[in-house]
Design a protein around this ligand. Structure first.
Ligand code: UGA
Length: 439
């Protein structure tokens, strides 16, 4: 089989690399010349555990190639995945200009039947727009090649993308032709050996499934954060409540962790885009308005806790921060709570020392206020009046508490991810605060 993946961002690169790893001939295309040159030299644009190895291995075998041209690679292609970005437009909707531009190019150069599969997260109805754009472009070029469109939303988690792709819970496919369904089934066959499910449905339902899944997960998080804040007031413990409700199989125990709000490239953007779709179609999604509002408030919960503990005066206070990326195992800083927290701290006159294992090289694009970035977690603690744990990187889980205490001026810890044990830290002489645990 031969496929083209257009877009070498997060989804495109992982898709291309993993498909090539099971033997498919994959051509990854991107308009960004520099990115393609780097990929051809083995330099990846993102950090994702395990990805580099797969890219190198398959590039070496010649099964995975990188280029800027759809035209030169389109012959004998069975399927073309569109995995280009859909940035949030000014009105909150997903901007389809890159997706449509790719469709237009495909229509210009397609020579033989192929399935055009949308993998980017696109609003319901977008695959139809892709179909129209391809057909229009063919018409302009005076040709008529048979093709089908399909929707195959992606459910990868950053930091776990390779295992999510290789062992998916489910593969959702929206198609309206048997021929297209067979091509897609063939592509994914190697991933279905362990009984994973391929779920076929109509195209609009597949497009909606992606948004509904992310919006449901975001709703769980905001719900738990809201309950956590009430637990604090009432003297309850959200961790115990989570165990209590999570043991009901109807609720399930995943994605119930209270914290400092959801971030990243997906939940915030997808929740907004679905709200926009609802509003545009005369059906405003009130629940999601609240989900978003709770999340925005939650991102600053730790900052307000600190300010209260400091009696409203953060001027010249030295604050150490552990973790900047929106979650562990990624250098992604998009919508990370750390950005808002650091901005507020600097506004209040605090001095910030921050450490993150991989996001440091990314932070300058997102944090523009003066911050002292350190090379390790302990240096960040020197003379600190408080430590804020913002991302639950594994390496922060079991620090040398003796050393931590010695380095800090004031042994105050605010844990935004509930990873430490209150009793243990208090017995070591720390003052400890987390999310959703009443004192
Ligand atoms: C999310 C979805 O989990 C994927 O299924 C989906 O494919 C992806 O978006 C996407 O649309 O591309 P991702 O954004 O990589 O994946 O990260 P998650 O692991 O889902 O975490 C999102 C945010 O929720 C993080 O800020 C995390 O800290 C927060 N979170 C997660 C919580 O606060 N509590 C939890 O219990 C779980």
């Amino acid at each position: 089989m031969k496929i083209i993946v257009v877009g070498t961002g997060y989804v495109g690169l992982v898709t291309g690399a993993c498909l090539s790893d099971v033997g498919v001939e994959v051509v990854c295309v991107d308009v960004d010349q520099q990115k393609i040159e780097n990929l051809n030299r083995g330099i990846l644009p993102i950090y994702e555990p395990g990805l580099e190895e797969i890219v190198h291995r398959n590039a070496q075998k010649g099964r995975l190639t990188f280029t800027t041209s759809i035209k030169e690679n389109i012959a004998e292609t069975d399927a073309i995945f569109i995995a280009v970005g859909t940035p949030e437009g000014e009105d909150g909707s997903a901007d389809l200009k890159y997706v449509i531009a790719v469709a237009d190019e495909i229509g210009t150069y397609l020579e033989d039947y192929a399935v055009i599969i949308t993998k980017s997260t696109v609003p319901v109805g977008s695959s139809l727009k892709v179909k129209e754009a391809i057909a229009d472009s063919m018409k302009r070029n005076g040709k008529s090649i048979p093709f089908d469109v399909a929707s195959n939303p992606e459910f990868l988690k950053e930091g776990a993308a390779i295992s999510d792709f290789m062992s998916p819970d489910r593969i959702v496919v929206g198609v309206n032709s048997e021929r297209a369904g067979k091509v897609i089934e063939q592509i994914y066959k190697p991933f279905l050996l362990n009984g994973y499910r391929m779920i076929f449905m109509d195209i609009p339902s597949a497009e909606m499934t992606k948004y509904a899944a992310n919006a449901m997960l975001a709703t769980r998080i905001s719900f738990m954060n809201d309950i956590a804040n009430l637990c604090e007031i009432l003297g309850a413990d959200i961790n115990q409540v989570r165990n209590g409700i999570g043991s009901d199989p109807r609720i399930g125990n995943k994605f119930l962790y209270a914290g400092i709000g959801y971030g990243g490239a997906c939940f915030p953007k997808d929740v907004k885009a679905l709200m926009k779709t609802g509003a545009d179609n005369g059906h405003p999604l009130r629940m999601l308005e609240v989900v978003e509002e709770v999340n925005n408030r939650q991102k600053l919960v730790l900052f307000h806790k600190l300010k209260n503990l400091m009696k409203g005066d953060l001027k010249d206070k030295k604050i150490a921060i552990w973790g900047l990326s929106f979650k562990p195992q990624t250098d992604d800083m998009r919508e990370a709570p750390s950005i808002l927290i650091i901005n507020e701290l600097i506004k209040e006159g605090a001095k910030v020392n921050a450490y993150d294992p991989v996001a440091i090289k990314e932070v300058h694009r997102y944090i523009t206020v003066p911050v002292n970035y350190t090379d390790d977690e302990y240096t960040a603690l020197e003379g600190a009046d408080a430590l804020l744990l913002l991302t639950e990187w594994r390496e922060f889980r079991l620090p040398d508490w003796g050393k931590v205490k010695e380095l800090m001026t004031n042994p105050l810890i605010l844990d935004g991810r509930n990873i430490y044990n209150e009793k243990e830290l208090e017995s070591l002489g720390f003052e400890y605060h987390c999310i959703g645990v009443g004192k």
